[in-house]
Design a protein around this ligand. Sequence first.
Ligand SMILES: [Zn+2]
Length: 395
Amino acid sequence: MGALLLDFSAASTQNGGGRQKGFDYDAAVAETYRAFPELKDRLFFYDLGKDCWVHPDPQMQAEIPRRLAEAPGQYDILKNRMEHFKAEKNSCAMYGPDGTRVIMLYTGGDTLAQLGPNADKAQNLQFTFDHELGHVICRNGGRSLDSLTRHENVADTYAAMRHFQRYGLDSPMIAQQILWRAQRVVSLTGMRHAEHFTGFVTEKLLADKDRMGLDKLSIAQTAQLAGAYATQHTPPDMQVKNLASEFNGFQKTLEQQNVQAGTPGLLGAAQDEDGNDESLKSDTAFRALAQTVLATKSADALHWGAKVLDAYMNGLLGATRNGKILVKGPAPEILSGPYWQNIRRTLDVVTAHEKTDNKPRILMANGQPYAPPEREKGPCPTKRMLMARPSLIGK
Ligand SMILES: [Zn+2]
């Protein structure tokens, strides 16, 4: 018993369990090098908010730019990507020169919040740090031709597992993150949201997390489990693409309505800093969403569409961004009145029916390990190109 307790507390300290403080980039990097000492001179971290390299060893910190500049052309590409991601207020993991890896984290307060706009800033940055790290340290964490979404599922699964270790299994933030990702795949035009839709896997993780013994795993063990779990449960590409395209009508109407409403449309205007009204005053687009949810023959579109529609009706989802464009949510009062009362009643009936269908659907979609299609043998030219110069691992 005593030994068990000792083991438990040792793992808890090792994986950062029980800690509750603000995000500290230096500490996060130091923690990573303690867990993976072999990465000290191969994986480098950059702060896009403060424009500096982050390393616990000052000598190494000064050495990083010199080392990367040994391959000048490739260093220029890296610096270009830094400017790009800084302008987007976004973060990413990159292949660097000579087998190195670079994680660029945007630490400004106005970054796109992965856990949703209402989440604590420190938890958001920690999640983004873990997400980018997951792209580098987990099996199948990098982009590949085998699957559109697997690398994002791996990164989100690792970040969610680390989140539960840091903040406890009862943290509501991962459920919020799923809703936030679902809002984007349902509401925004363009396929990039399908690539980042990890809800199928993260929702399954939410159901399984209490049985995984996450608090007893070291960081390296967590990375191993995240890679295996996300790889096993990643859905086929068509499933995610079909889900996104079910909502094309709503996505286009919402975009159109935002243009008519005179959306500021530029990054940085997304927050309500000038007292600008963030919400739409007409329910036209949201009626299109309700019609899709109630008419769809797709179990996935019903499941995710109902979740997002319900959250819009309950005022849980506001504005989001599509690249540099602000997309407003509904003003709370426009989804009321007889039409919306009727939608609410019908949705209750339809989702009650969905719940009874839930089990067979999930078994078909997620319960079977996903076998990627057979590919041609031999070196893949695109992958060789990706490895040869600084390019994106994931973002
Ligand atoms: Zn990513």
